[in-house]
Design a protein around this ligand. Structure first.
Ligand SMILES: Nc1ncnc2c1ncn2[C@@H]1O[C@H](COP(=O)(O)OP(=O)(O)OP(=O)(O)O)[C@@H](O)[C@H]1O
Length: 602
């Protein structure tokens, strides 16, 4: 048994959620004045020990302490009482009343859905709890069957709403920046998913989903991935099941309005549900049936929904308020989705995470930190998820398409100074090339570019997120948007036949290939090179060639006999040379004589 503070002892875990683990615990001694309920030694309580991530976040601890008065004063017959808050070292814990009974999620799973009347009466009590908390300015923001405990005492089942304030605690700027968010895709209101400002209307939406699930056994919007579920919340109208009584459907439909301003208040909801419960029973009086059919009149939009307080530390409206959107982390790995409705710990949202592949819920304001007005989703504007995914895709495209200036590329420069290394040696280095992320000037003519050898395909592989995010992240790859939302770009160079596999099989470097196209330019690499003698060398070579060729012809052909000199090649050459010299001498003398003659007497 582990002590929590000096007053409590943890006995056994009751369950684990996304934000922490709930323990059955025992009070060791009476709590001090700071506790809402002093308690008695030996009394059993439930203690939710918040996850280390939350407990280690200074913002959460601050908020925990700041909001302790709100949490401790929240008392209602249908709200699980928070008795004490414990902060001890790196431990944050909420001490609650222990509720003897299952939660609604477990109950439905084991017993099936409720009758419409029972569902109405149960949800009416939850709406009572919401009305009380909203009147106190507290919005739950994570309403779902798992957060409703069924207190089974004296043969009665009383729903008890729990986990108040947990979403608020998790709304830490620190967590928003670098960690995770809390929430449940199946119950998330459209405005939360979009990062719009939230009000108590998010709880009404959650109550509508819960009511639907109590009657049918499943939430109205399901899907294989969290993203799919969110998309359905945003774009799909819920369908009335054939067995759903019409007045009850009227209530659900009003709660599930996409526009929060069109949803009723918790108080109206509670009243309407009781009217419906009275009017849809088999023994309902005609007047009750009539009243139930006219229940729409009771469901006027809430004129003054309680706002979710903006986090003063947050600059971006909406970013702090997004309850959550995508599941990841310990509760549900990125890209997986728990259709059972466990609260998901979510990836960072908001404007601070500019590099995130995952969608921001900051909406338009997230892109504009100076925005004063809250972000409003335009009907025609792309969905924030689409925008973010597109941005991620474009980032990838830019990286892939970026041209690398050869002068900046050490792998390309090196071959210009020395014999080019064979292609296979270059490719394994490719993924380590940082220059691929640099901005480079537009491509200059580079006739000896060896793209197939330097391999852009490996660049592409190297920039794949470490699968990924979560991911994400990660996303990334975990967060596969529906195919129509995101198509991986296919730049042409990635289509080129990749030479990579073959070189990898060659164990040793190859000697320089003479057929290398750069060969003519690598004269400096030739040890026979004599600077400035390029042309003369060719002439000398031709003279030598002429002499050797002439010698062979003279000696090996009948030419000697035809000429009739009988001399050997060298003698003949000597004679010819002497003849040429004599001829030139005579020519000089003749010219000289002629010149004096011309200068003589006329
Ligand atoms: N006050 C309580 N008394 C008795 N059992 C409780 C109490 N609070 C929670 N539990 C039980 O502890 C388990 C875990 O609760 P917790 O609130 O952490 O999980 P959750 O609501 O399912 O998930 P999440 O935190 O993600 O919303 C649940 O099965 C719940 O029934």
């Amino acid at each position: 048994m582990r002590p929590v503070g000096s007053k409590y002892l943890l006995e056994e875990p009751l369950g684990r959620g996304a934000t922490g683990t709930v323990w059955r615990a025992r009070q060791r001694e009476t709590a001090g004045a700071e506790a809402a309920v002093a308690g008695q030694p030996g009394e059993t309580v439930a203690i939710k020990v918040l996850k280390e991530e939350l407990a280690n976040d200074a913002d959460v601890v601050m908020r925990f302490l700041r909001e302790r008065s709100v949490l401790l004063r929240l008392t209602h017959p249908n709200i699980v009482r928070t008795r004490d808050l414990v902060v001890e070292g790196d431990l944050l814990a909420l001490v609650m009343d222990l509720i003897d009974g299952p939660d609604l999620h477990k109950y439905i799973r084991e017993n099936g859905p409720f009758t419409p009347v029972a569902a109405c009466l149960l949800t009416a009590q939850i709406a009572d709890a919401l009305a009380a908390s909203h009147a106190d300015g507290v919005v739950h923001r994570d309403l779902k069957p798992a957060n409703v405990l069924l207190d089974e005492r004296q043969g009665q089942m009383r729903p008890m709403l729990t986990d108040f304030g947990i979403a608020r605690l998790a709304d830490s700027p620190g967590l928003t920046r670098t960690h995770e968010f809390v929430g449940t895709p199946a119950y998330v209101a459209p405005e939360s998913a979009e990062g719009r400002p939230q009000t108590s209307a998010v709880d009404i939406y959650g109550a509508g989903i819960l009511l639907y699930e109590l009657v049918t056994g499943r939430p109205p919007f399901a899907g294989a991935t969290a993203l799919e579920v969110l998309h359905r919340h945003l774009s799909e109208e819920p369908q009335r099941p054939s067995t759903m009584p019409e007045p009850l459907w009227t209530v659900i439909e009003r709660c599930l309005r996409k526009e929060p301003d069109e949803r009723p208040s918790a108080q109206s909801l509670a009243r309407a549900l009781r009217v419906v419960a009275a009017g849809i029973g088999v023994h309902s009086a005609p007047g009750e049936v009539e009243a139930a059919l006219g229940v729409g009149a009771l469901l006027a939009p809430d004129p003054s929904p309680a706002p979710v307080p903006q986090n003063p530390d947050q600059q971006v409206p909406g970013a702090a308020d997004a309850t959550q959107v995508l599941p990841t982390g310990s509760a549900a790995p990125m890209g997986t989705y728990d259709p059972n409705g466990a609260t998901s710990v979510l990836p960072p949202v908001g404007a601070d995470d500019a590099t995130s592949v995952l969608p921001s819920t900051g909406g338009p304001a997230a892109a504009d930190p100076t925005a004063v007005m809250p972000p409003v989703q335009q009907p025609d504007a792309p969905h924030p998820w689409q925008t973010q995914l597109r941005a991620a895709r474009e980032r990838n495209e830019q990286t892939q398409m970026q041209y690398l200036d050869p002068s900046e590329d050490p792998l390309r420069r090196r071959p210009q100074r020395q014999a080019p290394p064979p292609p296979p040696r270059q490719q394994p280095q490719q993924p380590q090339r940082p220059p691929q992320y640099r901005q480079a000037p537009p491509p200059a003519p580079y006739p000896q570019q060896q793209q197939p050898q330097y391999g852009y395909p490996p660049q592409h592989q190297a920039q794949q997120p470490p699968q990924h995010q979560p991911q994400y992240a990660p996303p990334p790859p975990h967060y596969q948007h529906p195919p129509q939302q995101y198509q991986a770009p296919q730049p042409p160079q990635r289509q080129q036949p990749a030479p990579a596999p073959a070189p990898r099989q060659q164990p040793a470097p190859q000697p320089p290939a003479p057929r290398e196209p750069r060969e003519p330019r690598r004269r400096s690499a030739n040890p026979m090179h004599i600077p400035g003698l390029g042309c003369l060398k060719g002439c000398l070579f031709m003279v030598v060639l002429f002499v050797i060729g002439g010698w062979l012809i003279w000696e090996l052909t009948p030419l000697q006999e035809w000429v009739g000199t009988g001399r050997g090649w060298w003698d003949q050459m000597w004679a010819m040379g002497s003849g040429v010299v004599d001829w030139i001498s005579e020519l000089g003398e003749t010219t000289g004589t002629g010149g004096s003659g011309s200068g003589g007497t006329p």
